[in-house]
Write a protein of this length. Sequence first.
Length: 205
Amino acid sequence: MVTSTHQTTACRSLRLALNVPNVVTASRVVLAMAIGYLLHTGEPGAVVQAGVLLIVAGGTDTLDGFLSRRLGQETPGGALFDLVADELLFMPSLILAISAGLFARTDGLVPWNPYFYAIPALAGGASVLAGVAVFLWKRRSRVFDFPSPPPVAKANYWFWMAPLIVAVLGVGPDLLLAALMYLAFISTMLTFYAYLRKGSYVFTD
């Protein structure tokens, strides 16, 4: 995708500014490491603490976007950092939660539990990271826009996070967790389709 002169100038720098939204995003990465450690211990109290921190860390994804718009500090570098921070929080946390058996209570309610939900979600996260990596590589020789997330993709992150948080905290009936996993699967499929239509040029151009 060829950008206009104004867009090209705006997109030319991907440096991370030391501003409030990026500090909030960085806190998500720090929280992700703490959550990973707590889930790794496997102790019941630590797992509950990890669930609480997941809610806090997930909330920073909404907060940094709000602050960047409110303070007029939206930058291409900040947007990419936000995407990467999301996956650094979600993907390791999900893998560790599965290893700890926190989705076992939906056995019999979800086919191929928990992989029916986990594999598409992890594939989606890996695709985002791959897209960022390919974009940065190609951008060494030319400038083009990274696709802004379609509306369904913005909502999809919380469809991924909701089953994870419920599983880690161990709250709600088993049927609720199963329903959230089904919704996450549907949302992931819709997001794959939306990104394929809107952002495939990152891989193909």
